[in-house]
Design a protein around this ligand. Sequence first.
Ligand code: CTP
Ligand code: MG
Length: 231
Amino acid sequence: MEYIVVLPAAGSGKRMNAGHNKLFLTLRDKPILIHTLEVFEKDENCTGIWLAVKPEEREIIQDMLKQYHITKVKGLPAGGEERQHSVYACIQAAGNESELILVHDAARPFIEPSVIAQLTNAAQKNGAAIAGVKVKDTMKRVHNNVIEETVDREQLWMIQTPQAFQTSILINAQKQAAQDDFLGTDESMLVERLGIAVHVVESTYDNVKMTTREDLLIGDAILQKRQQEGM
Ligand code: CTP
Ligand code: MG
């Protein structure tokens, strides 16, 4: 199933505390951003990549794309104040290029091709499908450090990206959110509020977002495991 992918990469990485965009930090000598891009560069169903960037970082990123032979990037629109604005900039730049569109955090370099394939199949069939994993811990609702209730874990999932959509659905959802000044933490929220059912595809616990320093250690361990397994 062919698709295009939007990768928001215009954040500042405050929680990583790197002093610059965390996506330039390296794992095994390669920038996190390149690890993520390589997944889509290699996936033959991916027909184009749109990367939201900070204007002042565009040139560094373009140099990086050359250095690592990333050829599928079709546009590097300026990102916005919030992640949602960065994604919107890419969607506007990409237009109706493809029937299916994926949104994926540039900060999640370990997404597996098999999960991407399941997501695109599910989105093609149902309109919208997002990646997630079941929670592992006991979950409780807490108010002012006092437990209000223990929540049934069976129904709780931790949601990740990629999030895959039929392009027209995501464009409509983004437009409606902009009109209503609604800010969501993922694309699914924008689609959910239109009353459209969003399917969840079980992903892997490897698909972590590089957010804080500890995540770099986890990332390094995942790469080591994959190297040993010959992946
Ligand atoms: N992102 C973006 N535009 C923004 C904010 C975030 O394109 N205005 C991107 C980030 O570059 C990242 C992804 O969205 O690839 C997920 O966001 P997050 O992990 O929160 O990254 P940052 O916003 O950079 O980090 P922090 O929140 O710690 O500052
Ligand atoms: Mg952020």
